[in-house]
Design a protein around this ligand. Structure first.
Ligand code: F3S
Length: 63
């Protein structure tokens, strides 16, 4: 599984990297979140899913 951020939808609230920094980080140029292009480790999946659930604009997909 990987994380994906819809950059059009993200409002740059910064929540996802605070919940799951292993996968999400802020792009300093756009001010939006980006998901690292890496397979999500088993022990990180719960945090990644938390970020997906808690994103206020539902910009995150874990699949
Ligand atoms: Fe953006 Fe949602 Fe993360 S608004 S910064 S993708 S929690």
């Amino acid at each position: 599984m990987k994380g994906f951020v819809d950059e059009e939808t993200c409002i740059g609230c910064g929540l996802c990297p605070s919940i799951c920094p292993e996968i999400f980080e802020m792009d300093n140029e756009t001010g939006k979140a980006i998901a690292k292009d890496i397979e999500i480790a088993d022990d990180t999946l719960e945090d990644a899913k938390d970020a997906e659930e808690q994103c206020p604009v539902e910009a995150i997909d874990i699949k």
